[in-house]
Design a protein around this ligand. Structure first.
Ligand code: PMM
Length: 287
């Protein structure tokens, strides 16, 4: 199944294997870790711990996108992310800012972030694509159908893989027309964003259909609810808490890396950092 080493993204590390992005959520309400690292000090320490565990990139976010989440004021988002981005970049990390706001992206890039990760794929803020283009920064463009408050009602598909591909195509065109270098553009199927569990599994099983769009892929399954549902207690049927799904997240990292993903985004880095190395070494021996 190995799809060959992932395509490089200009300006980012190229270790010849799938990259590992560690999640630093500086939010009170993220799904699995909201409130744990809301102050800069603990958030920075957490980021450094993820680096130590083998993260290639750190994704710093100040807005929760869990279903039903209410958007924070822009000032709160800036106050949460900027000191953390600055400190982690100064410590030598390659930092991504997870934001849907052009102003936050711009300020985070000025503070040392090198990548913009926009779960709205440029749809939430009309200034985003031009801002990223002007900065010459790599951009993660995710499949998105609307803000957290309404996304559950939008999880309707006849053929989720075909529809996600069809809806990503015009976003790629918009990004390139706005001036984003295709060598800087990463796509993401948006697992859990207006998607139910069967939609997530269908997308994971058909990553080659997304690769056909010609851009590197980021896969972010870590601690999402569909893993808790898969690993539900066999007796009570109670979903497993998503913080206890890190082994399953690492299993998905392995499979995604073997399917040629450019990067996997995870909350606990160590097992995934080992997994992507195993995949690369295995592939080397199969060639
Ligand atoms: N999911 C979350 C946050 N940011 N970014 C990308 N590119 N893709 C995702 O699927 C994604 C994301 C959900 O929140 P979390 O930080 O609790 O995982």
């Amino acid at each position: 199944m190995y799809a060959g080493p992932p395509r490089a993204v200009t300006g980012l590390p190229t270790p010849g294997r799938c990259l590992v992005m560690g999640v630093v959520n500086v939010t009170p309400d993220s799904f699995s870790d909201g409130g744990l690292w809301l102050e800069p000090g603990p958030a920075i320490e957490h980021g450094l711990r993820l680096l130590d565990s083998g993260a290639d990139l750190l994704d710093v976010g100040g807005e929760s996108t869990r279903p039903g989440a209410v958007r924070p004021p822009v000032e709160d988002e800036l106050r949460r992310v900027l000191p953390v981005v600055r400190a982690l970049a100064n410590a030598g990390a390659t930092v991504s800012v997870d934001t849907m706001r052009a102003g936050v992206a711009r300020a985070a890039l000025d503070a040392g972030a090198r990548i913009v990760n926009d779960v709205s794929g440029g749809l939430a803020d009309p200034e985003m694509l031009a801002t990223v283009a002007a900065a010459g920064a790599p951009y993660v463009l995710m499949h998105w159908r609307g803000h957290a408050q309404r996304m559950e009602q939008r999880a309707e598909y006849d053929d989720v893989v075909a529809e996600v591909v069809r809806e990503l195509e015009p976003r790629v065109d918009a990004a390139v027309s706005a001036g984003i270098d295709p060598q800087h553009l990463v796509l993401d199927p948006g697992l859990g964003f207006a998607k139910q569990a069967p939609h997530n599994w269908a997308l994971l099983a058909r990553l080659e259909a997304l690769h056909a769009l010609g851009q590197p892929l980021l896969v972010a399954a870590s601690r999402k609810r569909f893993l808790g549902a898969l690993l539900a207690d066999p007796v009570t049927g109670k979903p497993r808490p998503t913080t206890c799904c890190d082994d399953a997240s690492a299993a998905i990292s392995t499979l995604a890396a073997a399917a040629g993903a450019w990067c996997v985004r995870v909350h606990e880095v160590a097992a995934t950092a080992d997994a992507v190395r195993v995949v690369a070494r295995w592939a080397e021996s199969s060639r």
